[in-house]
Design a protein around this ligand. Structure first.
Ligand code: GAP
Length: 466
């Protein structure tokens, strides 16, 4: 990616751009939308798919001891009891007495410059709210009189399997995090996948949370997607594995995705949940400031122990070499597809000044993430020979990657359309092509053009994108 200063990227500009170019649409927009729920348009779908592929390649393809899983969104309700989500998966909610807006109190305090940790008890957070009553303001009406904060559970309930209409019966939930599907399948994987500790299970899938604060675009959604990997290790190996995964995940952002180092940083959790041994977030500089992008957590044996107790099933591991028996400890890496999508857009977006009062909007996406790898243009659309040759070039390239054929408007405008969606290369078929078989290959970032034989295009583009 290039060197433009994205700290100046405005959220409004990015949101409008994402809608205008078919990356992200508000959900059910013709009915006025649904708060904190979004849909991916045609280019957004492709970008999200490439983000998943990049993560999957880094985590599974390049690690022979990490295997994939695709567990269900619905799980037995006991899973969420055992994990602690039914009791403790909550955010502090208060109501503005003036306009009745429901607000997250840790966010209210944060906006007033007061640090409030999500792990604080109701008493602690209410004490802070009272102490800073003069500074906190309702984001909706500006009022400063709030009810006491109460823990609001984030699990989304469903009536799956409830044929009695008895609402006091135990509900099922849409999963609040994907990793629980990994924990409850750990033994199945161990018994079938020929893995030995240390090994990992990686999963990409939807998660659901009744988030109180519905703002910041796709940063905080109520239906979102997680990419989580749980690494199972011997108890005394956990902290080494933790440091190893921290280093690998850092390199994923700086090397694989090419994020500028000034735009990401570590944040170490001071107030850990009781079972965690260590936790770091990788924070990204979003247009609204540095915020969590990914969590790397040393979770100890809490998860498997909880499921072992609640299910009565033996989830211990016997080391085949030493015969030692133990409950594996877990290092987790967890990032949201949607949050990474927003980081990737922020990192790539530029309104570039071309001089002479001209500007262009360009997405400096890494080739692997670009929704369209190559766009093919016939110089003119009313010349059948040019169109036929361009169709032939398009056919050959699109067998290998997502390509777009565009014969609409002048070539300059076609370049601009492709720059906006981050297409790394444009190929123009012109009259010279018909004579010597060469085409013009134009680079998105430098805008330089060169002539290359059409027959070499696939290899040339593949090498550059790689
Ligand atoms: N299993 C651990 C876990 O779920 P988390 O910090 O709650 O930890 C992990 O979530 C990641 O999932 C976050 O770093 C973020 O990237 C993503 N995420 C969490 N809540 C989200 C939401 N409401 N919308 C979009 N992404 C979210």
């Amino acid at each position: 990616m290039q060197t433009q200063q994205h700290a100046t990227v405005q959220m409004d500009a990015l949101t409008a751009f994402a809608k205008r170019r078919g990356f992200v649409f508000p959900s059910s927009e013709i009915y006025g939308g649904l708060a904190a729920v979004y849909d991916y348009g045609p280019y957004g779908t492709l970008l999200a798919r490439n983000i998943r592929d990049a993560w999957f390649r880094a985590m599974v393809q390049l690690h022979p001891n990490i295997v994939p899983l695709d567990s269900s969104i619905f799980m037995a309700p006991q899973v969420w009891e055992a994990s602690g989500h039914v009791k403790n998966f909550s955010d502090p909610l208060a109501e503005c007495k003036q306009c009745h807006a429901r607000v997250r109190v840790d966010h209210l305090l944060e906006a007033a410059g007061v640090f409030a940790d999500e792990k604080m008890s109701d008493e602690e957070i209410n004490a802070l709210l009272r102490e800073h009553a003069d500074a906190v303001r309702c984001p909706q009406c500006g009022g400063s009189d709030f009810t006491d904060a109460k823990a609001f559970n984030l699990l989304v309930q469903s009536n799956l399997g409830n044929f009695t209409g008895n609402w006091s019966a135990q509900p099922t939930y849409l999963r609040g995090e994907t990793c629980q599907g990994i924990y409850v399948n750990y033994k199945n994987v161990l018994d079938t996948a020929r893995v030995k500790v240390p090994f990992g299970i990686a999963q990409i899938g939807k998660a659901f949370r009744n988030e109180i604060t519905a703002r910041q675009f796709i940063f905080r959604k109520r239906e979102f997607e997680q990419m989580e990997m749980q690494y199972f290790v011997a108890p005394d190996a956990m902290m080494d594995a933790y440091e190893e995964w921290r280093a690998k995940r850092w390199r994923f952002y700086t090397e694989t995705l090419g994020f500028r180092e000034e735009n990401i940083r570590w944040h170490e959790h001071e107030n850990l949940v009781f079972y965690a041994k260590a936790a770091h977030d990788i924070e990204y500089r979003f247009p609204f400031g540095f915020k969590e992008l990914e969590g790397v957590h040393a979770r100890g044996d809490y998860d498997l122990t909880q499921h072992m107790k609640a299910s009565g099933k033996d989830l211990t591991y016997r080391d085949p070499h030493t015969g030692q028996k133990y409950v594996p400890h877990i290092v987790e890496t967890s990032v949201g597809v949607d949050r990474l999508f927003l980081a990737v857009l922020t990192e790539a977006y530029e309104e570039e000044n071309l001089g002479d009062g001209k500007t262009r909007t360009v997405l400096h996406l890494p080739g692997a993430l670009a929704p369209i790898k190559v766009a093919v243009f016939p110089l003119m659309k009313n010349k059948p020979d040019l169109v036929a040759k361009a169709r032939e070039v398009f056919g050959a390239l699109s067998a290998q990657y997502m390509c777009e054929f565009d014969d609409n408007g002048n070539v300059g405008k076609r370049y601009r359309r492709q720059d906006e969606i981050g297409t790394p290369y444009c190929v123009t078929v012109d009259f010279q092509t018909l004579e010597d078989g060469t085409v013009t290959l134009r680079d998105r970032d430098t805008m330089a053009q060169e002539r290359v034989p059409a027959s070499d295009l696939a290899a040339t583009v593949a090498a550059r994108i790689a």
